[in-house]
Design a protein around this ligand. Structure first.
Ligand code: FES
Ligand code: FES
Length: 151
């Protein structure tokens, strides 16, 4: 099947199998690698991208729903997430780094929607993101620290 949609501000036309997930399409065919395959079941947040401005787990987003939508990945948000990414670095919030792009996307979405700097609220906002390395404390501190800055 053929699909047309917008990827990071550019029109894309791609021939794909209808059974693929958005994550598979992005990683295997469109050279987008910020989104990671962790669980593959919508549970870990490592594969997060924006579809029409809404954060989704791309591993469970079917390519069949892509026609005409706008997909934005971390590759297109490097400038807008600079404060957050620098805060992650300052707080040593990434160890293996596998979960980090998904966490940055979730934190960016949280803060741009006026999310509170309260650590408990940040923790709740990260409910859908799993990290096997850090114990979350440094991640929460990094997001709280970045929360006063413009996203
Ligand atoms: S890989 Fe998509 S939510 Fe885990
Ligand atoms: S830093 Fe390794 S999974 Fe989060």
């Amino acid at each position: 099947m053929k699909l047309s949609f917008t990827l990071n501000g550019h029109p894309v036309e791609v021939a794909t199998e209808p059974t693929l997930s958005l994550l598979e399409l992005l990683r295997r065919h469109l050279n987008i690698t910020s989104c990671k395959e962790g669980c593959g079941e919508g549970e870990c947040g490592a594969c997060a991208v924006f579809v029409d401005g809404r954060l989704v787990n791309s591993c469970i987003y079917p390519v069949l729903s892509l026609q005409g939508v706008e997909v934005t990945t971390l590759e297109a948000l490097m400038e807008k997430t600079r404060n957050l990414r620098e805060s992650f670095e300052r707080h040593d919030a990434a160890q293996c780094g596998f979960c980090t792009p998904g966490l940055v996307m979730a934190a960016y979405d949280y803060l741009r929607n006026g999310g509170s700097p309260d650590p408990e609220a940040v923790k709740t906002a990260l409910d859908g993101n799993l990290c096997r390395c850090t114990g979350y404390q440094k991640i929460i501190e990094a997001i709280v620290d970045a929360s006063g800055e413009e996203q």
